[in-house]
Design a protein. Structure first.
Length: 171
């Protein structure tokens, strides 16, 4: 009977550790998504950059860690690392540590043990850009956004959130 009780308490400790780890991963995911979204939303889009940006030839290296820190904190974690990607993708990688430890369990050493997690989010185009063939055209080209083709008005550039999605990616 004592063995079964010990085994049940050990499974409870493993469950607590798993819940703490899942919480840290959720915080890292939220922080990475917020960081990449801040990078996207603070980019100063110009007509000259649009084609290169949508084709992946221009990869901004903006810092979005302020938003990442906020969302990690909202999920009871602290950012221990945040940086723009340097591998040719546009986005951020964020590492966090949970603010709350696993807690006191039957297993020794878990009372101060925290969880760590890392997540990467990328900014990906939703549209493609087709430059105008005629250089005298009032429009520099057309945008194809998920099958919706429109001529680009250089005075009214689309919002960055209309042109790009933010999603989690493999590290």
């Amino acid at each position: 009977m004592a063995s079964l009780l010990f085994l049940a308490l050990a499974f409870f400790a493993v469950g607590q550790a798993g819940a703490t780890r899942n919480g840290a991963q959720s915080a890292a995911d939220a922080a990475a998504l917020a960081s990449a979204r801040e990078q996207r939303d603070t980019f100063d889009l110009t007509v000259d950059d649009l084609g290169d940006l949508l084709n992946g030839d221009l990869v901004p290296t903006l810092d979005g860690c302020g938003a990442g820190n906020y969302y990690a904190g909202q999920n009871e974690a602290d950012v221990v690392g945040c940086a723009p990607l340097t591998d040719g993708r546009w986005g951020s990688t964020v590492s966090v540590t949970s603010q709350k430890p696993v807690g006191d369990t039957i297993l020794p050493g878990t009372d101060s043990l925290t969880a760590e997690a890392t997540a990467t989010a990328v900014v990906v185009p939703r549209c493609s850009f087709d430059p105008a063939e005629d250089t005298d055209s009032p429009s520099p080209g057309s945008l194809d956004c998920e099958g919706d083709v429109t001529d680009l008005d250089p005075a009214l550039l689309p919002d960055m959130s209309d042109l790009f999605d933010v999603r989690l990616a493999e590290d």
